[in-house]
Write a protein that binds this ligand. Structure first.
Ligand SMILES: *[C@@H]1O[C@H](CO)[C@@H](O)[C@H](O)[C@H]1NC(C)=O
Ligand SMILES: *[C@@H]1O[C@H](CO)[C@@H](O)[C@H](O)[C@H]1NC(C)=O
Ligand SMILES: *[C@@H]1O[C@H](CO)[C@@H](O)[C@H](O)[C@H]1NC(C)=O
Ligand SMILES: *[C@@H]1O[C@H](CO)[C@@H](O)[C@H](O)[C@H]1NC(C)=O
Ligand SMILES: *[C@@H]1O[C@H](CO)[C@@H](O)[C@H](O)[C@H]1NC(C)=O
Length: 266
């Protein structure tokens, strides 16, 4: 059964089976069972020690999207363990490429995004995302609500890390990004988009970047966030009906006003 909690010996057998079988139905079942078992922290260690991570990891290259998705899910659960992350990080580039090439809003894309989000829970591996930021913003803008929320979770993790601030602000982002700050946007998206802005502001201040002349180009996230159109959106949101949105905005505004960017005055 998928839900059985297996001991080390059984996990070992399951991994052998996964390595040897070519039957897609068995591969899929084994991956789901491993993923469920990897919800337990003791099993996360056992599966790593049995050499299970490369066995599961090899399945993310499977052309069958259903198998790929189950492998990504299993890696997501395994990635909750920090030592496992060191072994899983070799798949980050591949998963980024896969997520960016779609199919948009598919279960496999979402599974990839969840794994990538788990891999950014600490700052340790975030630098691996630097080259994908611009493309991640494209997925953010093109995706539906579910996809948007998941990409925002990932970007929010990056935005808390001052080492990633320059990469985020330098990303070339379509101006439709600012429509995430429209009053009618779903709260779970709007609040995260506002938090993204707030985190970036905080990092800029923490790093003393405000005294440095920024070298961001036209069309970058920097120009969008610190331009007049964004300021207008923020002013409009002050009258938002939702208390959480208002509170987030007040917080953002006080940061805004103490900043030295001239275009930020509200
Ligand atoms: C992918 O694997 C699943 C799970 O076993 C199977 O049902 C499906 O037919 C496979 N799809 C293709 C295209 O091979
Ligand atoms: C992963 O872990 C969660 C609990 O943390 C569990 O609900 C889920 O079924 C597990 N399995 C997969 C494949 O994600
Ligand atoms: C990691 O991913 C799993 C499964 O997708 C999820 O249940 C879990 O909450 C995530 N863990 C963290 C720390 O984000
Ligand atoms: C996004 O698309 C996926 C796949 O079509 C769907 O399952 C999901 O419910 C959609 N989410 C929203 C919020 O529309
Ligand atoms: C990433 O986000 C999760 C919640 O989604 C949070 O628990 C974690 O602290 C964040 N990590 C960083 C580095 O921002």
């Amino acid at each position: 059964s998928y839900d059985d909690v297996l001991n080390a010996e059984q996990l070992q057998k399951l991994l052998y089976l996964l390595e040897l079988t070519e039957d897609p139905a068995i591969i899929e079942r084994a991956l789901v069972t491993l993923g469920n078992n990897a919800a337990f922290s003791a099993n996360q260690v056992i599966i790593r020690e049995l050499g299970g991570i490369p066995i599961v990891g090899s399945k993310i290259k499977d052309p069958n999207h259903s198998i790929k998705e189950k492998a990504l899910n299993a890696l997501s659960n395994l990635s909750v363990n920090v030592e496992n992350q060191i072994k899983i990080k070799v798949y980050v580039n591949q998963v980024c490429e896969d997520v960016l090439s779609g199919p948009l809003n598919s279960p496999v894309q979402l599974a990839g995004l969840r794994l990538l989000t788990n891999m950014t829970v600490t700052n340790d591996h975030q630098h691996m995302f630097t080259n994908y930021i611009t493309d991640l913003f494209q997925v953010l803008l093109a995706g539906n609500g579910t996809t948007k929320v998941q990409v925002l979770k990932l970007l929010l993790n990056l935005s808390e890390n001052p080492a990633m601030t320059e990469g985020l602000l330098g990303a070339q982002v379509d101006s439709s990004f600012l429509s995430l700050y429209d009053g009618h946007v779903a709260k779970e998206i709007l609040l995260r988009a506002l938090t993204l802005f707030q985190n970036i502001n905080n990092c800029l201040k923490k790093e003393g970047h405000l005294t440095v002349q920024p070298t961001f180009t036209q069309g970058s996230l920097f120009f969008l966030l610190y331009g007049e159109e964004c300021a207008q959106k923020m002013r409009a949101l002050v009258n938002h009906h939702d208390a959480d949105v208002k509170e987030k905005l007040l917080n953002l505004n006080s940061k805004y006003q103490t900043s030295s960017f001239p275009q930020l005055e509200l």
